[in-house]
Design a protein. Structure first.
Length: 389
């Protein structure tokens, strides 16, 4: 009996040890625990990933929207000033800039537009011209006034009697007392004569053989026989004198007769890719001819411009339509501008893929602008009791 008791105690202890091992987690319990752990971990990772993506996305969205607003504000301001200080029927928006050659394409592989605007800050009044020898074939212009202060190396806009224009650089001026053209003669009459020859010009604007053409650096629309114009119920297409597009206000008058010298400004917007391939909005102004093209906003990958005329305000035209002398219905009364900005950051929630395969966050802004000068001109049209709004 004495030896049997320890043996029974040892057997009981071993049974308890084995029972303890059999009381651990089963395979099903472990799978359930792992599944719950994975679900919780996945949820936590999703929250962290979403937070990180939002943390990266919000600054990109802000920058993209800011770039779009900067671009739009500048363009809207310049479009609103188009035609200020100019005669009523001047072509204030350059034509044929709908997806021009050299412009990059947008995310849908459509060519971006450009816009070129003619305006005047009204700091100086226009100077009337009384004689332009050869109807645009001369480089000398005689002003009606005899004391106009236009120093050398002054860029000026030349306005022709058909509403077209060009730019030239005044290289020198002198006094002229001739009675040629409509200039007065006798009694000590004096007239300022401006010389815009190309021999000593350093601006690149002046060209030989007169002024009936765009400037040497491509500013202006004079001398291009592309428009059809109706005058006195007769429609003529590109056959008026000197190859100009329009007849003058009086039938038979050469259209390249310079009527006035203006101190207007030409502003041009376009999109180009920088050296790293990022699209940027560029602006060029004749007020800063030496500055050339300047970047005003980065990440602007698309610019689309449409125009409407007073006679058809609900009709949008992709290229600036022709403005016809003495026809108020052809005046451009609204311009619709759309800019698209993109972020260059990758792998951000909400990005879209372009036809070229690039994935970026994109956003657009659209504005409709009425040039103030057009509204004033339409208000002054009292013929047949017309109202243009």
């Amino acid at each position: 009996m004495g030896t049997q008791a320890p043996a029974i105690a040892e057997e009981e202890r071993m049974r308890r040890d084995v029972g303890g091992l059999e009381a651990g987690f089963s395979l099903v319990e472990m799978l359930v625990a792992l599944t719950i752990t994975l679900i919780i971990s996945g949820a936590m990772f999703g929250l962290l990933s979403g937070g990180q993506s939002a943390f990266r996305r919000e600054p990109e969205l802000t920058d993209r929207q800011q770039n779009a607003r900067i671009a739009m504000n500048l363009i809207v301001k310049d479009v609103a000033n188009a035609g200020i200080g100019m005669p009523a029927f001047v072509q204030t928006f350059t034509r044929s800039l709908n997806a021009p050659t050299g412009a990059p394409t947008n995310s849908e592989n459509v060519g971006t537009d450009e816009i070129e605007i003619l305006a005047n800050d009204t700091s100086k009044d226009n100077e009337a011209v009384c004689n332009n020898p050869g109807n645009g074939n001369s480089v000398n212009l005689t002003l009606v006034r005899g004391d106009a202060e236009i120093p050398p190396d002054t860029p000026v806009m030349l306005l022709f009697d058909d509403g077209t224009w060009t730019f030239r650089n005044v290289v020198n001026n002198s006094t002229n007392s001739s009675g040629a053209g409509s200039c007065t003669n006798g009694g000590g009459a004096r007239h300022v004569q401006l010389n815009v020859n190309s021999g000593v010009d350093t601006s690149g604007m002046n060209t030989p053989s007169g002024v009936c053409k765009p400037s040497g650096n491509g500013l202006g629309n004079a001398g291009a026989p592309t428009d059809c114009v109706t005058y006195n119920s007769v429609t003529t297409c590109g056959v008026s004198n000197n190859g100009c597009p329009n007849y003058g206000p009086v039938a038979g008058t050469p259209c390249c007769t310079v009527t006035s010298v203006s101190f207007g400004e030409i502003i041009h917007y376009r999109i180009r890719n920088d050296t790293s391939g990022v699209p940027v909005l560029e602006r060029r102004s004749t007020a800063d001819a030496a500055g050339g093209w300047r970047v005003v906003a980065t990440g602007i990958e698309d610019l689309q411009v449409q125009y409407s005329q007073a006679s058809a305000p609900a009709t949008w035209i992709d290229s600036a339509p022709a403005v016809v002398a003495n026809n108020f219905g052809t005046l451009i009364n609204q311009v619709r501008v759309t800019v698209v900005a993109r972020s260059e950051a990758r792998n951000i929630q909400g990005a879209t893929t372009s036809t070229s395969g690039k994935t970026n966050i994109r956003g657009s802004l659209t504005s409709v602008v009425a040039p103030r000068a057009t509204l004033v001109n339409l208000a002054n049209d009292t013929s047949a009791g017309r109202q243009w709004w």
